[in-house]
Each structure stands twice: as structure tokens, then as C-alpha cells.
Design a protein around this ligand. Structure first.
Ligand code: MG
Length: 398
């Protein structure tokens, strides 16, 4: 039985992870749980899964959590604040820590888990996109595994099993195309929040669904693939595949191409990240190629979706630029979800912020440099919005 800790337990990744644990109680047990601010859901999860330790990031909600669980016997260790979440991540005999926290908040707990020698089931993109220059040396130093839980990276990771070092030539990341894949570019200016939250294939959290609509999600995945699999950006390509049946492909040195297929269901990559290297029997719906029907592919439209090129440019710039890109995106998406800015202001403000970071880009950033760049970029988005308000609505594509 594998001991698992889950940080970000009340979000989309967290609840799906716990569904898997519920479904396969002989395979997994929960050592620690950490959540952001949802006391009711976290308390119910603690009752059900009986972790040894749990934390709520919103420290002011700790008394409510304690009160909700006072009859529990034995009592778990209950902590509050970011320090509590970090303690959960490094606690006890958990072999694998599932990192389901959205955003840069996931970085410090992930580093704590790595330093405690735990494998990481990586569902938090920022860990590598912002923290790659710091996290990768730590992974090496502590001899832990980064097990991708994102569907595309899991697909690549699965295809790579058994491929010798140096065998990988190219990565083909598939993209569904997001909520607006069939919209004309002119209509994008009028996109409403509700439109952006309708993903055609995948059921995910709000932030990542907007990222899928801008295709920034795919751009961030390119950067993540670069860090995870060590290929140059020229050798990582995006292909639009509207059916989301092929979750990504790899090309080997001899031009052989290997793909991983399945219905679009986040539980499968999550399960493999949790069970690796084992393959657990499931009774989930099996892929029926005839039912899946046509699998089609087309080139990504960089005019319509400038976020992909912004991500490639930030990735190639390296240093603290990916952290800036990521933070600017998080801030811009939050403003869009609050209906403070328009859909097309997302790429415009990100480009503004990345342009301004060019001279300050830190080639070999420390964790402090990354966190400072993250903070700066969030603030700079607000400046960008004010300045761009007077400029014509044109996006330059690099
Ligand atoms: Mg993905």
C-alpha cells in the first residue's frame, strides 16, 4: 500500500485524487492533507481519510477546523497557515506527495517535500515553470522522482518508459484548442467569463479552464515539458487535436512516433503518478477506437492565440522570465474572472510585463529571485492594464 500526502485537497485535482483513494483503498492510504480555505470540505475529508496531519492555509480558519473535528479520536495534528501546509508536505512516511495547489503557492510545499525525500506527483505547473531552475537541482540532489500528473506530460512520461537516454528526439504536445477553437478571431474581443469556462473536453478548475481558452495552458506545458524531459524548445511542438484522445506523442531518434491514448479523464494520469511504476487494474471505461471515431489534427493558430508564442519566448529567455510570464498570467486571469479586464487583455498585459522584465531577467535565479519576480509581475499587470487602456487593441505576435 502506498502512503500518499495531498496538498490542495479541496480543489479539482485534490478531490479527484481522493476519489481514486476511495476507489482503491487497498492501494493507497492518506498520511497528510492540506487545503486553502474550505473548512467544511477539509473537515469532511479528514473524517473520511483519517490523515495523521492536516493543515488549512488560511490560518484564521484553524479554530473552525479544530472545532469541527473535536470529537475525532485519535486527533490528527492540525496546523494553520503556509507554514502548516509546508509541514504537511514534508511530514511522516508518505512516499509520494500529490501537489494539487494552483499557482505559485504550490512552490514552497513542493520544495519541502523534495527536501524530505518524497516523490512528487506533479499537478502544479508552477513548480517547474517558475521554480524549474531551483527545483531541478534539488530533485537531482535528493534523488526523488517527478511524476507528471498533467495528462500531456503523463502521456510523454508513459511513452518514455523503456526509451534509453538520448533516444528522445521531439515532443508533440496535443491541445484540444480550448473553448474558442471554432470562434472567429474577431469574436474573441467580446468573450464573457462564462464562455471561457466552457471547456469542450476536460473538466478542470476555473483558472486552468481560462488558460485552455487562451492556449496559455499549452504554452506553460511547453515550458514544463522542457524542464521535465530536457529537450530544447525547437524540439517541442504543439498540435491541435480537438478530440483529446491522443494525450501527447514522442518521436524517437529513428523517427518512430509513440502516442498514449485514452478518454479525456484526469484520473488516469493522476493514478499513474500515484501508482508508478505499477499499473493498477481499474474498471474505468475502456477506450473504444470505433466510438472515438475520427482523430484529427491541425496547426495551432498563433495569430488568434498569442499566448503560446509568449510562452515560447519566455521559455527561451529562461532565468526568471518564465516565472514572470506565469505570475502575470495568473494575475491577468484573476482580473478577467473578476470581470475587471477583457479576454484579449490577458495576452496584452502579459506581453507588456515580459517586455519590461527583459533587462532585469535573472539568468540563474535563486528561490528568492523567483518569488520576487513573481510578486513584481503581479503588480506590473495592474500598471500594464492602465497603460494599455489608451493603446489600440492590437497584439503583436513575436
Ligand atoms: Mg494538460
Amino acid at each position: 500500500m502506498k502512503a500518499i500526502t495531498l496538498v490542495g485537497s479541496t480543489g479539482s485535482i485534490g478531490t479527484q485524487t481522493l476519489d481514486i483513494v476511495t476507489q482503491y483503498p487497498d492501494q493507497f492510504r492518506i498520511v497528510g492533507l492540506a487545503a486553502g480555505s474550505n473548512v467544511e470540505m477539509l473537515a469532511a475529508q479528514i473524517r473520511q481519510f483519517r490523515p495523521q496531519i492536516a493543515a488549512i492555509s488560511a490560518a484564521e480558519k484553524l479554530p473552525a477546523l479544530q472545532a469541527a473535528l473535536q470529537d475525532l479520536d485519535p486527533q490528527p495534528i492540525l496546523l494553520g497557515g503556509e507554514a502548516g501546509v509546508i509541514e504537511v508536505a514534508r511530514y511522516g512516511d508518505a512516499e509520494t506527495v500529490v501537489t494539487g495547489i494552483v499557482g505559485c503557492a504550490g512552490l514552497l510545499p513542493t520544495i519541502a517535500a523534495i527536501e524530505a525525500g518524497k516523490d512528487i506527483a506533479l499537478a502544479n505547473k508552477e513548480t517547474l515553470i517558475a521554480g524549474g531552475p531551483v527545483v531541478l537541482p534539488l530533485v537531482e540532489k535528493h534523488g526523488v522522482k517527478l511524476l507528471p500528473a498533467d495528462s500531456e506530460h503523463s502521456a510523454i512520461f508513459q511513452c518514455l518508459q523503456g526509451v534509453p537516454k538520448g533516444g528522445l528526439r521531439r515532443i508533440l504536445l496535443t491541445a484540444s484548442g480550448g473553448a474558442f477553437r471554432d470562434w472567429d478571431v474577431e469574436r474573441l474581443a467580446e468573450v464573457k467569463v462564462a464562455d471561457a469556462l466552457k471547456h469542450p473536453n476536460w473538466s478542470m478548475g476555473r483558472k486552468i479552464t481560462v488558460d485552455s481558452a487562451t492556449l496559455m495552458n499549452k504554452g506553460l506545458e511547453v515550458i514544463e515539458a522542457h524542464f521535465l524531459f530536457g529537450l530544447d524548445y525547437e524540439d517541442i511542438e504543439i498540435v491541435i487535436h480537438p478530440q483529446s484522445i491522443i494525450h501527447s506523442l514522442i518521436e524517437l531518434q529513428d523517427t518512430s512516433v509513440i502516442a498514449q491514448l485514452g478518454w479525456p479523464d484526469m484520473r488516469l494520469p493522476l493514478l499513474y503518478a500515484m501508482s508508478w511504476p505499477e499499473r493498477i487494474y481499474t474498471d474505468w471505461e475502456r477506450l473504444d477506437l470505433v466510438k472515438a471515431g475520427n482523430l484529427t489534427f491541425r496547426e495551432p493558430d498563433h495569430q488568434k492565440y498569442p499566448c503560446m508564442q509568449l510562452a515560447y519566448a519566455a521559455g527561451k529567455a529562461g532565468g526568471s522570465m518564465p516565472a514572470v510570464l506565469n505570475a502575470a498570467n495568473e494575475q491577468a486571469v484573476a482580473l478577467f474572472l473578476d470581470e475587471k479586464i477583457k479576454f484579449l487583455d490577458i495576452p496584452r498585459s502579459i506581453e507588456w510585463v515580459c517586455d519590461r522584465h527583459q533587462h532585469d531577467n535573472c539568468a540563474n535565479p535563486s528561490l528568492d529571485d523567483i518569488l520576487a519576480a513573481d510578486q513584481w509581475a503581479r503588480q506590473e499587470v495592474l500598471t500594464a492594464i492602465q497603460n494599455l487602456a489608451n493603446e489600440p487593441r492590437i497584439i503583436s505576435v513575436r
